[in-house]
Design a protein around this ligand. Structure first.
Ligand SMILES: [Zn+2]
Length: 98
């Protein structure tokens, strides 16, 4: 089992990602019931969206010349309504995950 770094650079581990097309293969009634449970809070909703590629799972800093992978960090404040942000470890640029 791969260990996650202490400061993650992805919302979900790459092994957990699923193609969005899988969503179309499911029975819609079952899927909607599961979706209510899977999206019961903002963290679970973010994880579900990232799993199916409906939310970007990682982000590279657009300010740094080498496009470094940004860190996923918990954030408070009105500009981070979902409670998370991408943060560059080099230039400290912050970006909403949504
Ligand atoms: Zn940067």
């Amino acid at each position: 089992m791969a260990r996650r770094p202490s400061t993650p650079t992805t919302i979900m581990p790459k092994a957990n990602l699923r193609p969005a097309a899988e969503l179309y293969d499911n029975d819609i009634d079952i899927m909607l019931r599961e979706l209510v449970l899977l999206t019961s809070n903002s963290q679970q909703t973010i994880h579900w969206l990232a799993t199916y590629g409906l939310l970007q799972n990682s982000w590279a800093c657009e300010q740094c010349p080498k496009a470094l992978a940004m860190w996923l960090q918990r954030k408070d404040g009105a500009q981070f309504v979902d409670g998370y942000a991408w943060a560059c470890p080099t230039c400290r640029t912050q970006k909403s995950i949504t």
